[in-house]
Design a protein around this ligand. Structure first.
Ligand code: SF4
Ligand code: SF4
Length: 98
């Protein structure tokens, strides 16, 4: 867990969560388990959707303890989320629908 993270899991829930082709090359489970977007809508950062269904509560790699199953090789989008009171509160408010 990164510094400042209390493991609430909010940033791994109900966000538009995507992985790139480069992410999938680094972590084969992305290609195996995530939903690949049609070529025409892919871009440099978005090639795989990490929610299998639109109403799915959390990323497919978020386990029942709110831990990431691919933490060491997680997508760039996840690495770029820097925990801070403001960012984490915004994530919590977003899943609460506020
Ligand atoms: S929202 Fe912040 S505290 Fe919660 S899991 Fe993500 S990084 Fe950790
Ligand atoms: S890949 Fe891991 S860190 Fe990224 S959203 Fe999914 S569970 Fe969270």
């Amino acid at each position: 867990m990164v510094k400042g993270c209390i493991g609430c899991g909010a940033c791994c829930r109900k966000y538009p969560l995507f992985a790139s082709k480069a992410d999938a090359e680094r972590e084969p489970l992305i290609r195996k388990e995530a939903h690949e977007l049609p070529e025409r809508v892919q871009d440099k950062t978005r090639a795989y959707e990490l929610h299998r269904l639109p109403d799915q509560e959390a990323c497919i790699f978020n386990d029942q303890n709110n831990r990431c199953r691919i933490y060491a090789t997680r997508p760039a989008m996840c690495r770029n989320f820097i925990p801070s009171p403001k960012a984490c509160q915004a994530a919590r408010e977003r899943i609460a629908g506020r």
